[in-house]
Design a protein. Structure first.
Length: 413
């Protein structure tokens, strides 16, 4: 009888504990669901109005062309697919070419080099009178071979000794960590040539004349580029290290543009090109780099009354810098950075966007918590980011989600 009573008591305690655990689990799930439902992630913007891509889709004489440049880590062609599809929905471009075009990039002076892949998508509206050409640059083939030196660390000989999560983190680190180091070494020139080749193909004419499934070098010296430069509109979307590559690539183009004919130079000088920088890292990646050839002279080059206005490279380059404060590898662009560290001839202005792309949770009274990895890679999946790129800010096209969810402080000269 005593044994029976003890058994019943044990079952009663077990049931009670099980019930408490179930209740505790239910409370925790409800708590987290409540935090997820109430999306209070911040979106704060300091800068001038942003045009976005939408106003340039109705250009009857030219095309809207967007080039995406990835950051660290191995990227296969198609890495931008989710972003492209979200962008197409936001811009109401439901029609797409049945196949992509792929161009193997190489160096004009050494066509045995593999400088990555350029994948082009064609997006249109129902009537097919609004068109966007989206160029996706995958340059990571340039650094992949050098990262083979760390391949042994990913093998079973070493990886099985790690805890599972730590092993995943180490493999991620081995894939992404070396790229900024490699970029500062001998491969820097190849990566910048890859960017220049991608931009060169952007300046070519329409979809039908682009090569497909071919490795081919592009030349800015082709006279057919001039009409396209005059009529087409261009924009860049970059992520992390890709932002540094884009700026350095444009500064490199600036260094040799005077060797081109006057028509080419004049066409480029009239362009206004925005860069939408996701997880901006320009301040960190400036460390160890030389100052540009021309700096602290923006007024002289960029104002019509300036003494060197004729020597500018572009009319304007707008840097729209997206940074999640919980992204450990992202930085806003501080006052004075452009004047000191970026080429004055690019005529750069800055809009800083402080935005939570990763969700923030209350860790049961221990403090606020956000996943730093989500905060680094989540920009191109965020509806507010896509809406700002697609339709801008401070204009009649501005998306409802931006008006409702973002606080804008307009800046003036």
């Amino acid at each position: 009888m005593k044994l029976l009573n003890k058994g019943l008591a044990a079952l009663t305690v077990a049931a009670a504990l099980s019930g408490c655990a179930s209740i505790g689990k239910g409370v925790a799930e409800a708590f987290l669901e409540k935090q997820q439902a109430a999306d209070t992630r911040l979106c704060e913007i300091w800068g001038k109005p942003i045009n976005g891509l939408a106003p340039y889709l109705d250009n009857q004489h030219g095309k809207m062309k967007v080039l995406m440049i990835h950051g660290v880590g191995n990227h296969l062609p198609g890495y931008s697919t989710e972003f492209v599809e979200k962008l197409a929905r936001e811009l109401d471009l439901p029609v797409m070419a049945s196949r992509y075009k792929n161009i193997g990039l190489t160096d004009r002076f050494n066509q045995g080099k593999n400088l990555g892949n350029l994948r082009i998508s064609r997006l249109l509206n129902k009537d097919q009178h609004r068109e966007l050409l989206f160029y996706e640059l995958a340059w990571s083939a340039i650094t992949a071979k050098q990262k083979d030196v760390l391949a042994y660390d990913n093998s079973g000989e070493y990886s099985f000794r790690r805890a599972e999560v730590n092993d995943l983190m180490k493999k991620f680190s081995n894939d992404t960590g070396p790229d900024p180091i490699i970029y500062l070494g001998e491969s820097r020139e190849d990566i910048l040539v890859s960017f220049a080749q991608a931009f060169c193909w952007m300046t070519k004419s329409n979809w039908d004349k682009l090569p497909d499934d071919a490795t081919q070098a592009c030349s800015f010296n082709d006279d057919s580029d001039i009409s396209n430069l005059v009529n087409d509109h261009y924009a860049f979307v970059s992520h992390s290290l890709g932002s540094r590559i884009t700026i350095d690539g444009m500064q490199r183009i600036a260094s040799f543009i005077n060797n081109r004919d006057a028509d080419f130079r004049d066409a480029v000088k009239l362009k206004e090109i925005p860069i939408y920088m996701l997880s901006n890292q320009l301040p960190m990646l400036q460390l160890g780099l030389k100052l540009p050839e021309v700096s602290n002279q923006q007024a002289a080059y960029c104002r019509p009354e300036g003494a060197k206005y004729a020597g500018r490279i572009l009319t304007k380059m707008s840097l729209v810098a997206f940074s999640d404060p919980n992204d450990l590898l992202s930085y806003a662009i501080p006052h004075g950075f452009v004047d000191k560290y970026l080429d004055s001839r690019l005529c750069i202005d800055v809009t800083n966007i402080n935005i939570n792309v990763a969700k923030i949770f209350d860790a049961f009274g221990l403090g606020k918590l956000a996943n730093p990895l989500d905060a680094h890679v989540g920009y191109d999946k965020d509806d507010r980011v896509v809406a700002l790129i697609a339709k801008g800010l401070g204009n009649n096209n501005t998306s409802k989600i931006v008006k409702e969810r973002c606080r804008w402080v307009e800046t003036i000269d």
